[in-house]
Design a protein around this ligand. Structure first.
Ligand SMILES: Cc1ncc(COP(=O)(O)O)c(C=O)c1O
Length: 391
């Protein structure tokens, strides 16, 4: 039922943005009080914090011992670009994309790197491309969780263990909320401000032994700026994977990431983080199942994200509007919730179909999502009433 009466209860934390995401429960700036500020990141104290961030990441994500983990510049984008520019070109590449960020990597490889042998496997918002068409003897680039469509790969079963190419996976909105199958992944990237609610700035680059082997045996035909260079004299720069960052990191952001990792460990590690995201997504799923106006953008339930949940309008009057009309409707609804202080930043991504995108990652409290639901109905009813009044 939709109602114009405002619900009594408000989410204690209205932060449902898909990045930067809500800080962990109980976070305050006090968590940063032990940051190594005003000190060199290469001093013992700074270096040991960077190493700790790497080792806690390995521990919580269950990254296999032989894999390297590095902290790199320019957030997830930096990590992905480093991988694309350093590794691709040795063989043909299959680019797999089904939303805005994946499409961005396709553009880079086709229009910037201008690789000659590129095949594209693309699907529209809400769908996955046919993963059976991918040839894993070529290199493969894909996004584990499409943040702007709420569509993820269900697992790594589509990737053969005995592949000859490398798999390069942008996992920024999946890491710490979904099971990443590291045996099937040669490059995994993510940033700190997603599932753990850290701060934006730095990227994480995880390399399999096969990715390292490629780096040490293949030299791209194009020049690489210092910020992308992972090798020196044909050998991996091991220091990058021990906390000797290429350039200066923010020790404030590092401290915050450490705080998030300690919180993750304290609640039970990866399984607990996944369970929190699953429980959050289930709250929305139950709401959508009963809703007369909202539906999942992701068509196949097996591909529905438990972090960036994307929803579109199913109400016949709204669905009948053109894209601009739906976008205006969504904007009004989202801004009403924003004005009430009950939900911030829940509009769909600018390139995605009009609708809502509600972050369900581990730092979001289930009770806050539950408190948000009646407000969604309220905002829909209010927005529809003003649409009718204007007609
Ligand atoms: C799938 C995906 N890739 C890349 C990015 C860009 O990440 P960053 O801003 O950390 O570079 C995002 C940001 O939301 C994303 O969701």
């Amino acid at each position: 039922m939709t109602t114009l009466t405002k619900p009594g209860l408000r989410p204690a934390n209205p932060n449902f943005s898909s990045g930067p995401c809500a800080k962990r429960p109980g976070w305050s700036a006090e968590a940063l009080s032990k940051a190594a500020l005003g000190r060199s990141h290469r001093a013992k104290i700074g270096k040991s914090k960077l190493e700790q961030a790497i080792e806690l990441t390995r521990d919580i994500l269950k990254v296999p011992a032989g894999y390297r983990i590095g902290i790199v510049p320019a957030s997830d984008t930096g990590a992905v670009e480093m991988a694309l520019w350093s590794l691709l070109g040795e063989r043909g590449v299959d680019m797999v994309a089904w939303e805005s960020f994946g499409s961005g990597w396709v553009t880079d490889v086709v229009k910037q790197l201008k690789l000659a042998d590129v095949r594209k496997f693309e699907a529209g918002y809400g769908q996955l491309p046919d993963l059976k068409q991918i040839d894993f003897d070529r290199d493969v680039v894909f996004t584990w969780n499409g943040t702007t469509s709420g569509v993820r790969v269900p697992n790594g079963d589509f990737i053969p263990a005995d592949r000859r190419g490398l798999t390069i996976c942008d996992a920024t909105s999946a890491a710490f909320a979904q099971r990443l199958d590291f045996d099937k992944l040669d490059v995994v990237t993510f940033s700190w401000q997603k599932v753990l609610g850290g701060e934006g700035a730095h990227g994480m680059l995880i390399l399999s032994p096969r990715a390292v082997e490629r780096l040490e045996t293949y030299k791209p035909a194009w020049p690489l700026p210092k910020i992308f260079r992972l090798t020196s004299g044909g050998k991996l720069i091991e220091g990058i994977f021990k906390g000797e960052t290429i350039n200066t990191p923010s020790m404030l952001c590092v401290e915050d990431y450490l705080d998030a990792l300690h919180w993750a460990k304290s609640i039970g590690g990866l399984e607990a983080l996944i369970a929190r995201a699953d429980a959050n997504a289930a709250v929305l799923d139950r709401f959508v199942a009963k809703s007369r106006w909202l539906g999942h953008l992701a068509v196949d339930p097996a591909t529905r994200s438990n972090t960036s949940v994307c929803l579109s309008f199913t109400d016949p009057d709204i669905a009948a509007l053109d894209a601009d009309g739906q976008a205006a409707f969504a904007k009004g609804l989202v801004s009403a919730l924003d004005k009430e202080g009950v939900a911030y930043d829940i509009g769909s991504y600018r390139d995605a179909p009009p609708g809502l995108r509600i972050w369900c990652g581990a730092t979001v409290e289930t009770a806050d999502l539950e408190a948000l639901l009646p407000w969604l109905d309220w905002a829909f009813a209010a927005q529809k009433a003003s649409l009718k009044a204007a007609a």
